[in-house]
Design a protein around this ligand. Structure first.
Ligand code: PDD
Length: 280
């Protein structure tokens, strides 16, 4: 695999980052995950806009231009013959010497890493046909979840807890309400209405979420942006989540309670189809 590191295209085994890098030492880095289907990048502008916002919120400098990012994405797709898969992009604050809580001096170049991950048949994930099961877990993350940082230890722990419970994923709960999934935005459907938590610093502003809500509105579907509880999810007609890597993923069980008889519901199925049609 050919990867990108700070202006160079390198074989993956030659791409090396300093042990002093703040991404490594402090979790001081932001990232994006973007899907590629049949060689085409999905939601490129949305991911770039969010990256710029994440960097600005953390006073990180050294962002590249849209044209530079596009060229890197295109080069990686071409050099790796990527058809279906993902592009992982990470920008860390770099380093200027020994460990120090304070940010390095202005002008310290960031560390920029991108690599591709091939996932043949990504859009035909069999889990989308059967739906997935989730468990709830307290949301113990920091309170700037709108910034897409690489501080993913708690989401990793959540996924391990879900796996230990024999389920696919975890939904975070705070003050009695679902915030979002361990790596996705969450929705329930009741009486044909799509209910999803409104945007705030409590959740990541999903790129897939924004597009899906736009497509749903265009299809005359009713949308309500507000928090919901696990009990409400368990009493819902359907549930699903969205993310760049899973698109629209039906959820058929919440904390042991089956939704729609444990089968994928019509709204989630339709929204997945709409998203994949419109998004490509
Ligand atoms: N996760 N919420 C969280 C906590 C996430 O980590 C993600 C994305 C989302 C969905 O955002 P988007 O639609 O822009 O992908 C919501 C990515 C895919 C990941 O960490 O792999």
């Amino acid at each position: 695999r050919t990867v990108y590191l700070n202006g160079e295209y390198l074989p993956e085994e030659e791409a090396k980052v300093s042990i002093f890098d703040r991404g490594f030492v402090m979790g001081d880095a932001v990232y994006e995950v973007t899907s590629v289907l049949e060689g085409k990048i999905l939601e490129f502008e949305g991911h770039l806009a969010r990256l710029a916002r994440s960097m600005a919120e953390l006073q990180m400098t050294g962002n590249l231009s849209r044209e530079e990012w596009l060229e890197i994405h295109r080069q990686l797709i071409a050099r790796n013959n990527l058809v279906d898969g993902m592009i992982y992009l990470q920008v860390s604050r770099g380093n200027a010497g020994d460990r120090d809580f304070h940010f390095p001096p202005a002008g310290t170049p960031p560390t920029i890493v991108l690599y591709t991950q091939s996932k043949p048949g990504l859009a035909e994930d069999p889990k989308a046909k059967t739906g997935i099961k989730v468990v709830s877990i307290p949301d113990l993350r920091w309170h700037r979840r709108d910034i897409k940082t690489v501080q993913l230890l708690y989401p990793s722990m959540a996924k391990m807890a879900a796996e230990a419970a024999g389920k696919h994923d975890a939904w975070f709960v705070e003050d009695g309400f679902v915030t979002e999934g361990s790596s996705n935005n969450t929705y329930i459907v009741k009486g044909g209405k799509i209910i999803t938590r409104e945007l705030s610093n409590d959740i990541l502003h999903g790129i897939t979420r924004a597009s899906l809500l736009k497509y749903a509105a265009e299809a005359q579907m009713e949308i309500e942006e507000r928090p919901f509880t696990i009990a409400e999810a368990q009493a819902a007609d359907e549930a699903f989540f969205t993310s760049a890597s899973a698109f629209v993923m039906p959820v058929v069980e919440v904390d042991g309670v089956a939704l729609n008889g444990g089968a994928v519901g019509p709204v989630a199925k339709r929204l997945r189809e709409i998203y994949l049609e419109e998004g490509r």
